[in-house]
Design a binder for this molecule. Sequence first.
Ligand SMILES: Cc1ncc(COP(=O)(O)O)c(C=O)c1O
Length: 191
Amino acid sequence: MVLSDEIYSRLVFDGEHHSIMSVPDFQERTILLDGFSKTYAMTGWRLGYGVMRPDLANHVARLMTNSNSCTASFTQIAGLEALRGDQASVDQMRAEFRRRRDAFVAGLNRIKGFSCRMPKGAFYAFPNVTQTGWKSKKLSEALLEQAGVACLSGSSFGEFGEGYLRFSVANSLENLNQALRQIDDWTKKHV
Ligand SMILES: Cc1ncc(COP(=O)(O)O)c(C=O)c1O
């Protein structure tokens, strides 16, 4: 079985999203997971869904009913509205995230010790920071406490994330530019 989390499928900048579920013979073998947090900015609404074979869906429905007693009905109605309503906002936000990504990645690449590739989707930047001489966790803590910028250490995602940081660009361009200035000022003193 393949458990496929495709929550960023509508936030692809370069190329197209392809679900593994569309590969011959994989429809039966895939449990596709998706939700409303990214495409419709409904983070915190705790609304998501899975697509799977009916025999598996029966078990998952029983599990969900008995573990969280279902999602609140008004949240489900909001989800329906999101799916059935005008989708223009999804395209507008994708274009906006692309603008933010372009500006933020370019800004990171101007900071001493930072090197960032252009992500092809989602709303994160994942710069390599090995040239700063700092370990990821220590660097993320110092940036939070001394530069006032929150990010995640790449090592939070597993040992191969060491040497990287993860920044979210789900914020205004103005705030992102301010974050870049604060990181740059900090690195000038500490790197
Ligand atoms: C890859 C991925 N899947 C799923 C989620 C979960 O979204 P939520 O629990 O808000 O529906 C996230 C959120 O950060 C994510 O990055």
